[in-house]
Design a protein around this ligand. Structure first.
Ligand code: HEM
Ligand SMILES: CC(C)=CCC/C(C)=C/CC/C(C)=C/COP(=O)(O)OP(=O)(O)O
Length: 310
């Protein structure tokens, strides 16, 4: 049933889009992991936070992330129609009108920022607004179509969520939240370039200057490997700074070694099947989830141990 029918108001100028179509605009699967990193940033921040305020904060950040996704899909509808991976999305497939996607994204952006500001804090709200702006305007509208460094710089937007969560809990920007930012910032290029390696044909069809299309496969694989060498030790920094126990240090080091191993395989065995690149892409998502999950678990365990007088 379309939203229009459910509104039982035929005067509403809506297309036949369903609630599911609007939900798809939010990029739920991608943004779920981004919001998880914001949740961890909020939970590992020092000090107790009212659980109700914490739920409101995470809810607002999730709506803001979805809003950014909707605005990205509104603006990218022209190139999404040209790529097999994205052509079935609500706007290029005609299920949602561009104006609806734009209005939906804009309203959710305003609602999420205002809610976070009024009910939680204006530093977090400002960071959320900046993240949405950076992803939609700086990355989607400008960098994505103009430079192979698009996703490196655009990675700022993807790396900000843990800082938003931390700011929601503390009203400040802490050194640990900067480390969490750095982990995601260095994680983004190998994460995305692994996908771009086996989606290079799509990006060529859409005329998007992704690294494999500009610098070639071999250079991209070398750059992926270089970033993995940077990322692995940075992932261990929360332990090196004394923010976690040795358990996090061990697991994050093992996860980082796994990242280097997958990046190495994508470098040395560039088979036509792109199997190593696909494995690296999948591992990159597992890596980010796992390192933030272990950080959360380690922090909770450390706090329990301390409060037990350990
Ligand atoms: C500028 C930064 C980023 C770029 C260019 C990028 C690019 C992409 C692309 C193109 C996909 C495939 C999506 C699809 O086909 O629907 C993807 C998948 C994914 N990305 Fe990223 N990504 C970025 C940052 C992030 C961040 C920060 C996170 C989470 C913290 C993330 C998590 C994911 C997840 C979970 C998937 C799998 C979604 C699925 O299976 O549908 N990405 N990424
Ligand atoms: C709180 C908040 C605002 C969070 C946002 C976090 C964020 C910016 C995540 C990046 C998500 C992503 C898939 C970017 C790629 O866009 P793309 O256009 O290159 O991907 P596409 O081709 O699949 O559309």
């Amino acid at each position: 049933m379309s939203v229009k029918e459910s509104l039982k108001d035929t005067s509403v100028r809506l297309s036949e889009a369903t609630a599911g179509d609007f939900f798809a605009l939010l990029k739920p699967r991608v943004m779920a992991l981004a919001v998880f990193t914001a949740f961890v940033g909020l939970m590992v921040a020092p000090g107790a936070m009212d659980p109700v305020i914490a739920v409101i904060a995470i809810g607002a950040i999730a709506v803001g992330a979805g809003a950014a996704g909707a605005l990205n899909m509104w603006y990218d509808a022209d190139i999404d129609a040209l790529m097999s991976r994205t052509s079935k999305r609500p706007v290029p497939s005609g299920r949602v009108a561009p104006g609806e996607a734009f209005g939906f994204g804009l309203v959710l952006s305003a609602l999420s920022v205002m809610t976070l500001g009024v009910l939680v804090g204006w530093l977090a709200a400002s960071l959320l607004a900046f993240t949405i702006f950076f992803y939609v305007v700086i990355y989607t509208m400008w960098l994505k179509r103009s430079t192979p460094q698009n996703i490196v710089i655009g990675g700022v937007a993807g790396a900000l969520p843990p800082m938003i969560g931390w700011a929601a809990a503390t009203g400040a920007i802490g050194i640990e939240s900067l480390i969490l930012f750095l982990i995601i910032f260095l994680w983004t290029p190998p994460h995305f370039w692994a996908l771009a390696l086996f989606k290079a044909g799509d990006y060529a069809a859409a005329g998007i200057p992704m690294m494999p299309n500009v610098a070639g496969q071999a250079s991209t694989r070398r750059q992926i490997f270089a970033y993995s060498l940077l990322l692995a030790p940075i992932g261990v920094l929360p332990w090196a700074f004394g923010f976690t126990s040795g358990f996090y240090g061990l697991v994050s080091a093992a996860l980082g070694a796994g990242f280097i191993w997958h990046a190495w395989k994508a470098l040395v065995i560039p088979d036509k099947e792109m199997k190593p690149a696909k494995a690296l892409f999948a591992y990159s998502i597992f890596y980010l989830f796992a390192i933030f999950a272990v950080l959360l678990a380690d922090t909770i365990a450390m706090r329990a141990f301390m409060s037990a007088g350990g």
